[in-house]
Design a binder for this molecule. Structure first.
Ligand code: MCN
Length: 758
């Protein structure tokens, strides 16, 4: 084997991105394209009594389309989510709007400016209705979003066999609430779509994570056959779980077909913050019980998911929270009650971690609360409850079968690197001296599920006439670096340098099938498919080389270092890929050097890790300084540590952002209160410390690469560590909880409330 795996290869895509040569949807030239502006409801809940658009006649070429002008119906959630069809989202709202941002009409005009001007001349007659944006209130069903359904509850999974005596025998039972606040994915590139209809076929350029799935769904919604739809995802400036086919894209494609003219739309940041689905938005009540010695015996989670105005994927995600409810701990009894409700807010869906960060957020809070009540060190309580390394594969009572793990080792590495004992001693000193800046130490030990749905992924490898390798993958990279890491995987097996390996993705005409990217599954299934295709290609090439060299196939070997085929024990004559390809091309046989694989793993994988956060909290102002963040993230065998570290950096930044900064909020009227980046406090590098990453690799037996996912781990680990650290800094003052984001104002209020209560 060559040694490309584990190399810190610089990302081959970066020169393109860093020098402005990336090609995003908005860069695609489309002669004569019409521009779309969506008319969105300013009301959280209202009846539409009429749309008056005659005034747009003054804008040349402007046209307005409401629901009645199209044959577009509803956008249903994926079929595995059993939602009442009366709750499905109309692609264009016709009778009612159910959130500020719901689309009432689409305006097209020859320029973007003209379409915005025209949209401002359209008058929509709204009759405001009572609204509900709070998930707890929505559950009471006083204000209904869908009167015909009679309840806002979209999905409910109560415990199968509820145990009224769940906590019997527990010496200590603690409880609390974690609000995993609503977040935005906020990629640098907002959503963008362009469409062109020609010769009975629609081509759609989409900023997405899932081109092949989008092609299928778009075909269904437009009533077109799959081969009449082509989706091209060019460079994508981040997705963070948020990007995939949305109603806006369907409207753009419909308009292109209807007008016979190319149509395009690129959203603004404010539009993005109200209109693209949001993530998290869970309220979880926990009860945890066990022995005074710190052994956890029972856990109950009541998970309430805010599904937003039109329940879809967001309503399903709390099931993943429940699935991961045992975390890294051996807990004999767990009960989860899952409820998803509709509210007059932007629909929710996956955002980096999608249901799993919420599990680690509540579980780590529960463990900390339980440890405090037992009077034990939180690290010690974790140690006492870890699933031991010899227990794998391990099936939790919530139904997840973990492949492999060494949770104790991850924690010890993190604690050692942090200097845990010294930090605790320093904390003690500061508490004794009543120092203004108090020190907080937060721990999080987590396990996460990647490739959770366990799908099949396509990978094809072929050799071109010039002797280069062309890799086609059904995975998609919205910034994760697949052009580099997938090339490394293939290089390892074909012996070609990565400069001679091209990774092709994102065009449904060029890649026959695929599932795209989410759930940190690309490397383990897309990478494995490419790996398998490479191995099979070498075997095929051995036979072809044998024929060329007039030797028997059994005698052929492939020297991967030299990337040459020759007879065992006789290095000459030999054929490299280039010579072999040239000969086969001459003989019209080049097609033979092509292998396609559809790879399915036996099950998902479960990366894990331990994070330690160190904060200083100013007890007079509530200001929080995150001083250090130590992260051990074990994703099995690492293909490219440079890329993987980048993934952890991004993930940790997002995790810290939830703990300290970001929140999508609504005011009393149901207006979005964080519709720009002034109010939605996304941190920049200046708000974050230099992260301290500690290596750990426990290969998974689930795939030949030994790789698990890394794309979301940092997020899942960091939030509870930082959240816990802020609370820990103030625990001696009587603070027991602070809702996220723990910004200065909230922290200051918690300090005041604790001191009032003393
Ligand atoms: N990798 C590796 N060794 C491993 C695992 C991964 O070297 N053992 C590398 C991979 O080859 C890949 C990257 O790390 O280049 C992430 O791989 P993986 O964990 O397999 O996850 P995916 O490629 O499927 O990425 C999806 C994941 C998710 S779900 C979100 S959301 C996310 C993320 O990754 N969104 C991102 N990372 C992002 N990074 C960027 N820049 N932009 C986004 O939108």
């Amino acid at each position: 084997m060559a040694t490309m795996i584990g190399q810190r290869v610089r990302r081959v895509e970066d020169p393109r991105f860093l020098t402005g040569r990336g090609q995003y949807v908005d860069d695609i030239a489309l002669e004569g394209a019409l521009h779309v502006t969506f008319i969105r409801s300013p009301w959280a809940h209202a009846r539409i009594n009429g749309v008056e658009s005659s005034a747009i006649a003054e804008i040349p070429g402007a046209q307005v389309f409401t629901a009645g002008d199209t044959d577009l119906a509803v956008s249903p959630p994926p079929p595995f989510i059993p939602i009442d069809e009366r709750m499905f989202r109309p692609i264009l709202a016709s009778e009612k709007v159910r959130f500020a941002g719901d689309i009432v009409a689409a305006v097209i005009a020859p320029t973007r400016e003209a379409s915005v001007d025209a949209s401002e001349l359209v008058e929509v007659d709204y009759e405001p209705l009572p609204h509900v944006t709070d998930m707890l209130k929505a559950r009471e069903d006083e204000v209904l979003l869908f009167e015909g359904v009679g309840t806002n509850v979209a999905l409910r999974h109560p415990p199968e066999q509820p145990d009224p005596n769940l906590f019997d025998g527990c010496e200590v039972v603690s409880s609390g609430r974690v609000i995993s606040q609503r977040l935005a994915a906020c990629p640098i590139e907002p959503r963008a779509t362009a469409a062109h209809f020609e010769d009975g076929r629609v081509t759609v350029w989409l900023s997405t994570q899932t081109p092949h799935q989008d092609k299928m769904v778009l075909g269904l919604l437009l009533g077109m056959e799959p081969d009449q739809v082509r989706v091209i995802a060019p460079d994508v400036g981040g997705g963070f779980g948020g990007k995939g086919l949305d109603v806006e894209d369907v409207i753009v494609a419909w308009l292109a077909r209807h007008t016979g003219t190319p149509v395009r739309w690129t959203e603004t940041r404010s539009e993005h913050l109200v209109a693209m689905h949001h993530g998290r938005a869970q309220t979880i009540d926990f009860q945890i019980g066990g022995g005074r010695d710190g052994e956890v015996q029972a856990l109950r989670l009541d998970i309430l998911q805010d599904a937003g105005a039109y329940p879809g994927l967001g309503a399903f995600l709390p099931n993943l929270t429940a699935l991961m409810g045992s975390g890294v701990y051996r807990i004999p009894k767990i009960e989860c009650d899952v409820v998803a409700v509709a509210t007059n807010t932007t629909p929710t869906g996956p955002v980096r971690g999608a249901g799993r960060p919420e599990a680690s957020q509540v579980l780590e809070r529960a463990i900390d609360t339980f440890a405090a009540e037992c009077g034990l060190d939180p690290a010690e309580v974790r140690r006492r409850n870890f699933i031991p390394p010899d227990a794998f594969p391990y099936t939790t009572v919530t139904g997840a079968t973990y492949d492999v793990g060494n949770y104790g080792a991850a924690l010890e590495r993190a604690l050692e690197h942090a200097g845990y004992e010294e930090l605790r001693a320093e904390q003690e000193r500061r508490r004794r001296d009543c120092t203004r800046r108090q020190l907080g130490i937060g721990l999080s030990t987590y396990v996460e599920i990647t490739n959770g749905v366990n799908e099949t992924e396509y990978g094809g490898v072929e050799i071109t006439a010039g002797g280069e390798a062309l890799v086609r993958t059904g995975s998609f990279s919205q910034g994760q670096g697949h052009e580099t890491t997938f090339a490394q995987i293939v290089s390892e097996r074909l012996g070609l340098p990565i400069e001679r390996i091209k990774v092709l993705k994102g065009d449904t005409d060029a890649v026959p099938r695929g599932t795209g990217t989410y759930g940190s599954k690309s490397t383990q299934i897309g990478g494995s498919a490419a790996a398998q295709a490479s191995v099979d290609l070498v075997e095929r090439a051995k036979e072809l080389a044998a024929a060329e060299l007039e030797a028997s196939a059994e005698d052929m070997v492939f020297d991967v270092e030299a990337a040459k085929f020759h007879v065992t024990g006789a290095p000459a004559p030999a054929l490299g890929w280039e010579e072999l390809a040239a000969r086969l091309d001459d003989g019209g046989q080049l097609e033979e050097l092509k292998i396609e694989v559809d790879f399915t793993a036996s099950q998902p994988t479960f990366p894990f890790g331990a994070h330690v956060a160190v904060v200083y909290v100013d007890t007079e102002t509530g200001h929080v300084d995150l001083e250090r963040l130590i992260a051990v993230d074990d994703a099995g065998t690492i293909i490219n540590p440079l890329v993987a570290e980048g993934q952890v950096h991004g993930g940790v930044a997002a995790g810290i952002a939830q703990a300290l900064f970001e929140e999508i909020a609504y005011d009393e009227e149901g207006n979005p209160a964080s519709a720009n980046l002034v109010n939605y406090c996304m941190p920049a590098a200046t708000e974050l410390p230099a992260f301290e990453l500690v290596e750990m690799e426990t290969p998974t037996p689930i795939n030949e690469l030994g790789a698990k996912g890394i794309g979301e781990s940092g997020t899942i680990g960091a939030t509870p560590a930082v959240h816990g650290a802020v609370i820990d800094a103030l625990a001696h003052l009587g603070v027991r909880n602070i809702d996220m984001p723990c910004n200065g104002e909230r922290v200051w209020r918690a300090i005041q409330e604790a001191s009032d209560g003393r």
